[in-house]
Design a protein around this ligand. Structure first.
Ligand code: CO
Length: 133
């Protein structure tokens, strides 16, 4: 089952500028972290009840590059929900006609925990990520 909101992700054209804006607004902002397997560099903004993930393309075929081509100023990219058991949840979504992106198997995400992404055409146009708590 879904147990909470882990983060909201924003694709940004200038990661350092975005990070410094959130720092200036008084938020706790992490160092940049390269996630080669996901083709992104991420910065996390810690909030009392959730996080904001700032996403920037990394490498040749980053999934974020095409998004930024369409949205040059950046934009809301996905939301990430905490789930108790990611294998169980991928079974539940498949049974409900929702496709899991990629090979359907979890990858290790930014927090060292398994994550999957769901096909946005199957989830009201919003890209959803599950992270196992
Ligand atoms: Co995310």
């Amino acid at each position: 089952m879904i147990t909470g909101l882990n983060h909201v992700a924003i694709a940004v054209p200038d990661l350092e500028k975005a990070a410094s804006q959130y720092r200036a607004m008084g938020a706790e902002v992490s160092d940049a972290q390269d996630l080669a397997e996901h083709g992104v560099t991420v910065v996390f903004v810690a909030l009392p009840n959730t996080k904001i993930e700032l996403l920037h393309p990394l490498g040749e075929d980053s999934p974020i590059a095409a998004f930024l081509e369409k949205n040059p100023s950046g934009g809301l990219h996905h939301i990430c929900l905490d789930v108790g058991d990611i294998a169980g949840m991928t079974g539940i979504v498949a049974a409900n006609g929702i496709r899991v992106l990629g090979d359907g198997r979890p990858k290790i995400g930014a927090h060292g925990k398994p994550v999957v992404f769901l096909h946005p055409k199957d989830t009201q146009g919003a890209l959803l990520e599950f992270e196992q708590a």
